[in-house]
Design a protein around this ligand. Structure first.
Ligand code: DAH
Length: 348
């Protein structure tokens, strides 16, 4: 067999092998075997030495052509194998985007925070500032500045956890009143603030007591503030939280930091005043304490009580939430039982 025939035969076999190759390793082996230094083409080219001179260019270019053809057949096949591999992978990795997704569990604010948010929104809308105060408070602010000197009997109602003689867990958000008044610059306008937060009492936990609960303090100081301003504000709170039809009534009461002081009742949202178990058949529910800021409190915070005056109120978001949602045990709010808390989803 002449060299050309040998090459043709070799090409035929090699092409067949190339086209049957299924993976990159196989195609690489073929390349090394067929085109490599020890391969048959090199062998043929080496055999050209024995050919007559005039035949050499002819056979030589034929051999080169065969080598080029095989070389591009190998490249093509290699490319093809890669494409098949990729499409196989794509096939495997295919996802069905029309399948229903896995629901993402999102949380929600705690029921107490929902009540606080609602009241914050109401007051922010009326230009009040929302102020934070420390939960570890000085006796000075928690009591003294609130007109409760050392031996004042009203301190008994608010026993708490003392950290040192000077520091205690605050029993009320009222000290934020003093802290805010001290800093306020009246040349910039009246003082209007609310201050929500946690408070502490040395109480044994039961259905209506918790050693930790929440309050929202409210304070307005300006010239010419009257009890009518206080009443209007309280009515707004009652109607925002308990419904548009609610009325309020004020009963005389006592707080050391207000004079006069009032206890605020809201008309029963359950029976609208006819009498039911929620309002204990009185038609009214006690919801918060308030009053006109005591001149002593103003003076202690450096405010001229002959020029300025104002009102204050303190309400309990825990109590509001209990009334509004019919929760009969305050401890539920602090047990973190998701079955309980989930009932108050804002998303309904
Ligand atoms: N600090 C009072 C308490 O914890 C609540 C309170 C009553 C706050 C009347 C006030 C107020 O600002 O005017 O019992």
């Amino acid at each position: 067999m002449g060299l050309k025939d040998k090459l043709t035969e070799l090409k035929k076999n090699a092409l067949e092998e190339i086209n049957n190759a299924k993976d990159l390793k196989k195609i690489n082996d073929i390349r090394v075997n067929v085109l490599g230094k020890k391969g048959p083409i090199t062998e043929v080219l080496r055999g050209m030495r024995d050919l007559p001179k005039e035949e050499r260019p002819n056979v030589g270019s034929f051999a080169n052509k065969v080598r080029d053809e095989l070389s591009s057949a190998i490249s093509e096949r290699k490319e093809r194998i890669e494409i098949i591999k990729t499409s196989k992978r794509l096939e495997e990795e295919k996802i069905d985007v029309t399948l229903p997704g896995v629901p993402v569990k999102t949380g929600q604010p705690h029921i107490i925070m929902q009540v606080i948010d609602q009241i914050e929104k109401l007051f922010l809308g009326m230009g009040y500032q929302v102020v934070d105060g420390p939960e570890i408070e000085e006796d000075h602010y928690n009591f003294e500045m609130m007109n409760l000197p050392k031996d004042h009997p009203a301190r008994d109602m608010q026993d708490t956890f003392y950290i040192t003689d000077k520091f205690l867990m605050r029993t009320q958000t009222s000290p934020v009143q003093a802290r805010t008044m001290e800093k306020h610059d009246f040349s910039k306008g009246p003082l209007k603030m609310i201050s929500p937060g946690k408070v502490y009492r040395r109480d044994t936990d039961d259905a209506t007591h918790s050693h930790q609960f929440h309050q929202i303090e409210g304070l307005v100081i300006d010239k010419n503030i009257t009890m009518a301003d206080l009443k209007g504000t309280l009515q707004l709170i009652a109607r925002t939280v308990f419904g548009k039809e609610r009325e309020i009534r004020l009963r005389p009461s006592y707080f050391p930091f207000t004079e006069p002081s009032v206890e605020v009742d809201v008309s029963c949202f359950k029976c609208s005043g006819e009498g039911c178990s929620v309002c204990k058949h009185t038609g009214w529910i006690e919801v918060l304490g308030a009053g006109m800021v005591h001149p002593n409190v103003l003076k202690m915070s450096g405010i001229d009580a002959d020029v300025y005056g104002g009102f204050a109120f303190g309400l309990g978001p825990d109590r509001f939430a209990m009334l509004k949602y019919g929760v009969d045990d305050i401890r539920e709010f602090y047990l973190n039982d998701m079955r309980f808390l989930k009932q108050f989803s804002q998303r309904g």
